[in-house]
Design a protein around this ligand. Structure first.
Ligand SMILES: Nc1nc2c(ncn2[C@@H]2O[C@H](COP(=O)(O)OP(=O)(O)OP(=O)(O)O)[C@@H](O)[C@H]2O)c(=O)[nH]1
Ligand SMILES: [Mg+2]
Length: 389
């Protein structure tokens, strides 16, 4: 949080991040909001906090509806598949048509704005895995129009693993893309990949340990410790990769800034000159990948699955028991995952009794090479773990 808050407000904020249920979160956030002094320096934060508060209230409403017999329509959709990916965009940009083509159902739209009223899930096959796609009600980005589902649609993006932003190629996609990036940021969702990563684990003892696998660009380890102490955090492990600022670490602690990988889909290229579009979108391409597609002719749609897979930075790893077949369905792990992550995912016993693993695939020099727990895996690897007991 780039704001110098009084300690009381900081403590209240921390209480909010620790709240478990929606009711607790709402109460804690309300308390926080009333403890923040109102001035220019806290304006952005207050904007963010009040928006978040109304989102949480809407989520609570939703939850109550479901509990009351499940009669009301559902807005939040449970995750399934390798990742949850939401299609978001202004009215008539072609979300529903892209969604329908990608999951293989007939398009039943009628070409009037806001014809999609509720989110709808479907599965997109990519090679041997599936992504869950969600079509959503449109958001009038860049206009003053008000819609009642704004917070809930943004909430879908927040709860997802990635967003596909659908733009119409003939309504200045470059200008709208910038507006959308900014509007997401105002909601605490960053579509630009951060230069570094911070992980913060609260502990019950051991003091504060900062592990830097990169660099803190505007401070020292002592500054990190001091910042945590201001939040009355005495014990924690802070892991840093790449380049991060003290602000980034604070945001991680406060959970008020999240990163969601995004792909911009510039749709309806059957109506536009793609070369000109590419020039216009050059600046956006520095932030997120851009694909040029036509839901109508299906041009470019086939590239979406792979791009999603790459943007998520995941790998598929296939486990194998000694003397038996390779598992049909892969484990989905983060890029950079090791044999240890596989052992943990399979069974805690595997990890405790681990002796070695044999790997078949890109990460080794020859098929069946023996490796230890720290061995870094690649997409497509087969992992055969040998353990005691
Ligand atoms: N020419 C052309 N028209 C398209 C394309 N994709 C969608 N459309 C048309 O654009 C209109 C809107 O498409 P939808 O997919 O319903 O758009 P949406 O973003 O879901 O819109 P709402 O949910 O109604 O706000 C429809 O009339 C489609 O036929 C495309 O690639 N090319
Ligand atoms: Mg639609």
């Amino acid at each position: 949080m780039p704001t110098n808050l009084p300690p009381e407000a900081k403590a209240k904020w921390l209480k909010f991040t620790e709240a478990r249920t929606l009711e607790e979160k709402i109460a804690a956030l309300e308390e926080f909001i009333s403890s923040v002094p109102k001035h220019k320096g806290t304006e952005n934060l207050m904007y963010w906090a009040t928006r978040r508060l109304s989102q949480l209230k809407e989520e609570l409403e939703e939850q109550k509806k479901k509990k009351g017999g499940g009669s009301g329509p559902k807005f939040y959709i449970e995750k399934s598949g390798a990742a949850q990916v939401v299609l978001i965009g202004p009215p008539l940009s072609g979300k529903t048509m892209i969604f329908s083509k990608l999951i293989g159902i007939p398009y039943e739209g009628i070409g009037i704005p806001y014809s999609t009223r509720l989110p709808k899930p479907g599965m997109l096959k990519f090679e041997d895995i599936y992504f869950q796609l969600i079509d959503t009600p449109s958001i009038p980005f860049g206009s003053n129009e008000r819609i009642s589902w704004y917070n809930r649609t943004i909430g879908l993006a927040r709860n997802s693993d990635m967003v596909l932003i659908v733009l119409d190629s003939i309504s200045s996609p470059e200008g709208l893309a910038k507006i959308i990036i900014k509007e997401f940021e105002e909601n605490g969702i960053f579509l630009r990949k951060p230069r570094g990563k911070v992980e913060l684990l609260r502990e019950s003892r051991g003091g504060i340990n900062v592990v830097v696998n990169g660099k803190i660009i505007d401070g020292s380890i002592e500054d990190v410790k001091k910042m945590l102490k201001e939040y009355r955090i005495e014990h924690a492990i802070v892991k840093i990769w790449g380049e991060v600022s003290i602000d980034d670490i604070e945001s991680q602690l406060l959970g008020n800034r999240i990163y969601r990988p995004a792909i911009f889909l510039v749709n309806k290229i059957d109506l536009a000159d793609v070369k000109k579009l590419r020039d216009k979108m050059a600046e956006i391409e520095k932030i997120s990948p851009v694909l040029y597609v036509s839901a109508k002719t299906s041009e470019g749609l086939n590239d979406i699955g792979r791009k999603i897979f790459e943007s998520l930075e995941i790998i598929r790893v296939y486990t194998k028991q000694p003397n038996s077949d390779v598992a049909e369905r892969p484990l989905i792990l983060k890029k950079g995952a090791t044999v240890k992550d596989v052992a943990e995912a399979v069974h805690s016993k595997m990890l405790r009794g681990f002796r070695y693993a044999k790997i078949y695939g890109k990460s080794v020099n020859y098929p069946g090479e023996k490796v230890g727990l720290d061995h870094k895996l690649e997409d497509g690897d087969v992992v055969e773990i040998y353990s005691k007991g």
